[in-house]
Design a binder for this molecule. Structure first.
Ligand SMILES: Cc1cc2nc3c(=O)[nH]c(=O)nc-3n(C[C@H](O)[C@H](O)[C@H](O)COP(=O)(O)OP(=O)(O)OC[C@H]3O[C@@H](n4cnc5c(N)ncnc54)[C@H](O)[C@@H]3O)c2cc1C
Length: 368
């Protein structure tokens, strides 16, 4: 029986009832036609019979596993049409995301380079509007082709219809307990293509800009660097934080960031210590200023430093020894072990700062 522990980056989770690997889009469509969207109450009670899987890098499945059918999207393919400064790149859902970024960088198409090194599939990137180093896919995504399980037909959803937000989209908001309404089959990106010039998009993240020898506050055109340099630097920075998959490094046996950065009303952030990182994050519906806090900082300052939690799980799980935002499997952890560490970090932040942390990965058959 195929187990999630062997097919997810957190390396935990029990078996699935059935496991279908679709190597062609048509194979996926056949399975999808057999699994229309269940009624809302069945979805809420996690009674969907279908789970869609890409690379398993943002998923934490319970030790009991999942009784239904796992549909793993493994069909690949990438092509581009370049004209007048723009390259429209079409990529199949099952394509490896980092290989996709590498492909665009090698052709001199800019816009995805800061998203180098993120694990998983191209089709999953719009789901939580994957982002890093000041970039996210909403900045370049044109549209997605998807199967709408509610009506049983193919649809094209344009970027505006996807209602992207911070680690959020319509695709994510219409997924209930791991049960998605829309299954992305391919994604199109509009990237910059300036002929022989192979410079990156303007770097938008201080740490990355500094490591490339740029002034973080310089004008846009002074924050461009050769595409390959930006990709290499991002990969190096990420590796230093355990954020590039590495079989030899248990700090990467995780779902990446376990918590999103909390967005709270400015009044709620006012009581935080002076040094707490905070960034403007728009306004609430009632017009109050919102600020984004750093979950990693809050966890660390709540007494849960790097490596925290090993004593709670006899060493089987802990926060990464490189970064406080990743809950890691030290080799023999269960899903419950990872949740034990995550709960302890969440509770410590709540007690110390009164701020609620929310999980970033999809939790299936378990909760915090
Ligand atoms: C070491 C590490 C570093 C990471 N760094 C980052 C980072 O910097 N930024 C970031 O944003 N994320 C990061 N992540 C999280 C993760 O890599 C991304 O969320 C990624 O896009 C998940 O892709 P996946 O194919 O593995 O999705 P899966 O884990 O297979 O699926 C995740 C969810 O998306 C759904 N899904 C998957 N494919 C589709 C599809 N085609 N259509 C509809 N729904 C689908 C699944 O049903 C599930 O609910 C990191 C993870 C790890 C392990």
């Amino acid at each position: 029986m195929t187990r999630f522990a062997e097919n997810t980056t957190a390396r935990v989770g029990g078996p699935a009832g059935e496991w279908v690997i679709a190597h062609a889009e048509q194979e996926a469509l056949t399975v999808l036609q057999q699994h229309p969207l269940p009624a809302q109450e069945d979805r809420a009670a996690a009674r969907d019979t279908l789970l869609v899987l890409g690379g398993g890098s943002n998923l934490l499945v319970s030790d009991a596993g999942f009784e239904g059918t796992v549909l793993q999207l493994a069909f690949t393919g990438i092509s581009a049409e370049a004209s007048e400064g723009t390259a429209v790149v079409t990529v199949a859902a099952g394509a490896d995301w980092d290989e996709t970024v590498d492909w665009t960088v090698r052709r001199g198409y800019s816009g995805l380079e800061a998203l180098s090194g993120i694990p998983g599939s191209a089709g999953a990137t719009p789901v939580q509007n994957v982002g890093a180093y000041g970039a996210d896919v909403s900045q370049t995504l044109l549209d997605v082709r998807a199967w709408d399980r509610a009506v049983g037909e193919l649809v094209t959803l344009e970027a505006e219809q996807l209602e992207f937000g911070y680690r959020d989209s319509l695709l994510k908001r219409t997924t209930v307990s791991g049960s998605p309404r829309y299954v992305v089959l391919s994604v199109r990106f509009a990237l910059d293509h300036r002929g022989d010039e192979t410079l990156s998009a303007p770097v938008r993240y201080g740490e990355l800009a500094r490591s490339l020898g740029m002034e973080a506050n310089a004008v846009e055109d002074e924050r461009r660097a050769p595409l390959q340099d930006v990709r290499d630097k991002v990969l190096a920075l990420r590796a230093g934080k355990g954020m590039v998959l590495d079989d030899a490094d248990p700090d990467t046996y995780s779902t990446g960031s376990f918590f999103t950065n909390p967005i709270v009303p400015a009044s709620a952030a006012a009581g935080l210590p002076e040094g707490a990182p905070r960034f403007p994050a728009g306004q609430s519906e009632s017009g109050e200023d919102l600020v984004k806090l750093s979950a990693a900082w809050l966890i660390d300052q709540a007494g849960c430093g790097k490596g925290f939690g090993a004593d709670l799980t006899e060493g089987r799980a802990s926060l990464s020894t490189k970064h406080t935002l990743a809950v890691t499997n030290r080799g023999t952890a269960s899903a419950e072990d990872l949740l034990t560490v995550a709960r302890a970090a969440r509770d410590a932040v709540r007690q110390r700062f009164g701020v609620e942390l929310h999980p970033e990965p999809v939790l299936l058959g378990c909760s915090l």
